[in-house]
Design a protein around this ligand. Sequence first.
Ligand code: ZN
Length: 447
Amino acid sequence: MAHHIILISLDALSADRLPWPVGPRTLTPNLHRLMAESACFRRATSPATWTLPAHMSMLSGLDPLVHGCISPRRVYPPEQLPFPLIFELLSSGGYGCMARVGGGYTEARFGFGRGCEDYGVVNPLQDCLKQVAAHAGSGEKTFAFVHSFVVHDYPMLTSHPQAMVLTDRRDPSYEGCFPRDRDFLFMMRGLALSKEHPQVKERDLAFLNDLYMARVAAADEGVRALIAALREQGTWSDTTLIITADHGESLGEVHGGRRHFSHGGPPYGEQVRVPLIIRPAQALEDLLEPGPVDNWVSLMDLVPTLLDLVGVPVDLSQFDGLSLLDLCQGRVSAFETRRLFFHTCEDRGDDKLWERLFGIAMLWRDHEKLIFNPRTGEPRELYDLDRDPAETFNRLGETDPGERRRMKAAVEEYLAATRDRAHQPTALPFQDFALTRRLAALGYIEE
Ligand SMILES: [Zn+2]
């Protein structure tokens, strides 16, 4: 029997917005049903807060500083990616690979096309999933990667007017700082980078949350339709389905006395915590038992985990990620004290912006998060994730100089170790005007 693997990345779906445990009036009944038969990693994190580096880590198993795709202005020319992605690794195990992506930074030209001949941009999510189900139904052992902007595009009200459904019910006369009749993705990016503390009211935040959750519900409906199609053709029990995201999203959370919006910003919780739900094919359940897992894990772990799960013989030591099977089967406990790093946006050459908004975070002593300046290695913020999960109180001032020296030494050790192995993408000007416009519309680059 052919086993299929379907990996769905719901761009900008924060784990914080997929409530645990299930509430009585959940907007995501299908995702919750899926969770009940899945290994659910409740502390899954992305190593980056924006699309390109996060997906490159997800599909390569490498740290962002190692694969090097951390700036939209430095990318690999097509066909020159210097390391394998999951497509060719699974191809060597007999999988026929396909990818259906939403476009922008996940287009094949950013290096993602390596090892996957059937790599296409398709929107909306339902159409991607129909094509994936058809491929799995063809009988060939299938690996399908799906990336969708279904959640990410919650401020795109002209193309997704149904996002207003929750507001229409709860606050039908909403008027505030966000428009209710036009797209405002660019405005969200502006709020994220604004020098001023964004002035928004509780009513505005509730409006944003409504739009976002309406799109999460749309993603949930897509998952329902996919599972129904796989059941109908008799391939559901042979399919391993993974639901995750490249990064989360800030919807007005306050850190450091400032409200945060969008993503690609500082590595605070709601931007780096992602869902990671792995529902194994029936024959693989012994290897990855359904149930919650509370250790810190990373998107970098996906490639080694999937290779281990389906038994493709690849040297797993080449990855920065670890096989989660080792963790789930109790073979290692090292995950307890694991150093995980989370990267923010690329250096835009603006020192003030950098000091204020960007940085790299490191898990420190398992329950603390340290944010440091990657230029100097100096610690900047420290949060106790057990007592202050919302990351509101910077307790760096409570540490003694000895501890701060140990922090800086750990940071420098990481920067040196990744520097030694770092790949160097080429500085490449954008020559594709359609892509430039799309990235500018998403707020990532200036036209
Ligand atoms: Zn993204």
